[in-house]
Design a protein around this ligand. Structure first.
Ligand code: ZN
Length: 277
């Protein structure tokens, strides 16, 4: 799986990527009014931020929905499923080698920089949950960060489960530094695999006073269910997105525009503890 939004590729994905259907149990929640967000914005301590492909797109990273619905010239099911990895490991490894190498050609944008600033300066609990597999949050300086769909600059041993930082090409059959099995693969959560650290994410959502979704379509579960879970636990919810998303109706407030503009504005607002406009 790659930088983000599977629903754009598989809008009727059926059971794929719906391993955590219990996330949908909050479907009866009714969004609060925007005025509620305004009222409580000054009492927020714990923040959970979900980021998706939209935030990296402004740095020039290709998303799934390229020309013809292809991801860098490939059908997503040919490079982002366990079946593809088994059938043609050379193709799949090469694909992620190229994505990894391409990271050197892009830089964090104003949205990444603003979130890193918030991470540094926010005195309360904060967790950035990203669906992206690039390293732009880290390079901007964010540290309270979780890659729920894996990371291009990590390798995963399919035998022992150990992870390793990985910066170069990763040919099939590369031996694991820990167990020596020739089983290292890109540490990417493919379609049909369960995202990482879901328990930690749920725990953070349970404690959150504010959940913010940035640059994601809201169409892909389980991430699409985070807003309802956060609301059910009592958090206020805010969406920052280029366009209205499939999940916009679940948020207390949606602000529409480029992440590079909206995110710095929101971060400034939070750090100055001004009420929302
Ligand atoms: Zn191993």
């Amino acid at each position: 799986m790659g930088d983000g939004d599977f629903g754009r590729v598989f809008p009727n994905a059926g059971p794929v990527r719906r391993n955590c259907e219990h996330w949908g149990r909050f479907g009866s929640y009714a969004p609060r009014s925007r005025a509620t967000v305004v009222a409580v914005m000054t009492s927020i301590a714990n923040i959970v931020i979900l980021t998706g492909a939209g935030i990296s797109a402004e740095s020039g990273i290709a998303t799934f929905r390229g020309p013809g619905g292809l991801w860098e010239g490939h059908r997503v099911e040919d490079v982002c499923t366990p079946e593809a990895l088994a059938a043609d490991p050379a193709l799949v490894h090469r694909f992620y080698d190229l994505r990894r190498a391409a990271l050197s050609k892009v830089s964090p944008n104003a949205a990444h920089e603003a979130l890193a600033r918030l991470d540094r300066e926010w005195p309360g609990a904060l967790l950035i949950v990203t669906q992206n597999v690039d390293d732009l949050h880290e390079r901007a300086g964010a540290s309270r960060l979780l890659h729920m769909h894996g990371a291009l600059k990590q390798a995963l041993c399919a035998v022992c489960g150990e992870r390793f930082e990985w910066y170069d090409a990763l040919p099939p059959g590369t031996p694991c530094p820990a167990c020596a099995a020739p089983a290292l693969r890109p540490d990417i959560v493919f379609f049909g695999e369960i995202p990482y650290q879901m328990e930690r994410i749920e725990a953070a959502l349970a404690e959150a006073d504010l959940f913010v979704s940035i640059g994601t379509s809201g169409a892909v579960y389980p991430a699409a269910g985070f807003v309802r879970m956060a609301s059910a636990y009592g958090a206020e919810t805010l969406e920052l997105n280029l366009d209205r998303s499939d999940g916009s109706g679940w948020f207390d407030e949606s602000r529409l525009g480029p992440a590079g503009q909206l995110v710095p504005q929101w971060v400034e607002q939070m750090l100055s503890r001004r009420p929302a406009r």
